[in-house]
Design a protein around this ligand. Structure first.
Ligand code: ATP
Length: 291
C-alpha cells in the first residue's frame, strides 16, 4: 500500500545550519500523527517540505507516491495546510474566503465549509480580522478541510485557543478524520491535546527523528521501573534515569516483549506502565543531556 507520506534521508539546511537532517519516515494512510519536539526542532520545516513550500537540500519527500515539490495541481489539491497562527486575509469576510477557496481548489466543497462554520455559530458576513482567535482557527480548518484533502497538515493550530475553542477544534478535526479518512500530521507542544486525537507519534529534536511509531506500540515497548540504586547500572535499555541516594527511577526500552525485563530485574524492582507525556519528555531530556 502507498504510504500517505514518505521521507527518505530528508534534509533541509538554512545557511550553515541543518534544520532537518537524515529524516526517514513512512506514515500510513489514515494515520493521525502527533508531531512533537522542542522549539527549533524542525517541525515547521518538515511541514513546509511536506507541503512543497520548501525544496529539500537533500533526500526526498513523497506524498501519496508523488514528490511533494513537483508543483503539480493534483499534488497541491491533495494536501490541506493550516500554518502556524492560521493566517487569513483579515479584510475579507468569511463568505469571501469561501468563494476564494472555491475558485482556487477544484474539489472545494463550499457546502461542507458553511455547514461546519454554521454549526459553530461563525457568521459568514463577518470580516476574518473581526473574528476571535478560536473562530479564525476554525475558519482556517474549515477552508483546509473543504479542499477535501487526503493529507491535512496542521502546524500548532491549537496554540492560541482557549480550552473550549481547543475542544471544538479537536471535535471538528476528529469528525473529519472519521468521515473522510484523511491522514493528519498535527504539531503541538501540548501533549494532552495530541493524545486525544492522534494514533501515531513522531518526535523530532535538533532536526533528527527521536521516536517514530504507533503510540500504542511505542508505549508498550517502554516501562518505568523503580528500585535500588546499586543495581541500576545492570538494567539494560535505560532511556532516562533519576537517582536519589538509595533509589532509582528508570525509563527503559524493553522492546515489544516487556516480560524480558523480568529476567534481569531483582524482585524488589517495581514496574509500571509509562504515560505518553512522561515518555516524550524522557527522550527529549536524554537528548538534551547527551548533546
Ligand atoms: N527560513 C529560515 N531561515 C533560517 N533558519 C531557519 C528558517 N526556518 C527555520 N530555520 C531554523 O531551523 C530550525 C528549525 O526551525 P523550525 O521552525 O522548523 O522549528 P520548530 O520545531 O517548528 O520550532 P517551534 O516549535 O518553535 O515552532 C531553527 O533553528 C530555525 O531557526
Amino acid at each position: 500500500m502507498t504510504a500517505a507520506l514518505e521521507t527518505e534521508r530528508l534534509g533541509m539546511r538554512f545557511g550553515r545550519s541543518w534544520a532537518l537532517r537524515d529524516c526517514t519516515v513512512s506514515l500510513p494512510a489514515g494515520a493521525v500523527v502527533a508531531l512533537v519536539g522542542p522549539n527549533g526542532a524542525g517541525k515547521t520545516t518538515l511541514m513546509n517540505l511536506v507541503c512543497g513550500l520548501l525544496r529539500p537540500t537533500e533526500g526526498r519527500v513523497r506524498v501519496f507516491g508523488e514528490d511533494a515539490d513537483s508543483g503539480s495541481a493534483e499534488a497541491l489539491a491533495r494536501v490541506g495546510f493550516v500554518a502556524q497562527e492560521h493566517p487569513l486575509y483579515r479584510g475579507m469576510t468569511v463568505a469571501e474566503l469561501l468563494r476564494m477557496g472555491r475558485a482556487l481548489n477544484p474539489r472545494f466543497d463550499r457546502n461542507l465549509a458553511e455547514m461546519r462554520l454554521g454549526a459553530l455559530g461563525i457568521p459568514l458576513d463577518r470580516r476574518a480580522g473581526a473574528l476571535s482567535g478560536g473562530q479564525q482557527a476554525q475558519v482556517a480548518l474549515a477552508l483546509a478541510l473543504s479542499k477535501r484533502p487526503e493529507l491535512l497538515v496542521l502546524d500548532e493550530p491549537l496554540a492560541s485557543l482557549d480550552p473550549v475553542a481547543r475542544r471544538d477544534f479537536t471535535r471538528t478535526l476528529m469528525s473529519a478524520v472519521a468521515e473522510d479518512e484523511v491522514t493528519v500530521l498535527l504539531s503541538s507542544h501540548v501533549i494532552a491535546d495530541l493524545e486525544a486525537v492522534c494514533d501515531r507519534l513522531l518526535v523530532l529534536d535538533h532536526g533528527t527523528v527521536r521516536l517514530d511509531g504507533a503510540i500504542d506500540d511505542v508505549l508498550a515497548a517502554h516501562r518505568m521501573i523503580s528500585g535500588p540504586r546499586e543495581a541500576a547500572a545492570d538494567v539494560p535499555g535505560v532511556v532516562r534515569a533519576v537517582h536519589s541516594e538509595r533509589h532509582s527511577d528508570l525509563l527503559v526500552r524493553t522492546g515489544v516483549e516487556a516480560e524480558s525485563l523480568q529476567h534481569v530485574l531483582h524482585p524488589t524492582w517495581q514496574e509500571h506502565p509509562v504515560g505518553l507525556e512522561e515518555l516524550i519528555l524522557a527522550y527529549l531530556e536524554q537528548s538534551a543531556v547527551t548533546r
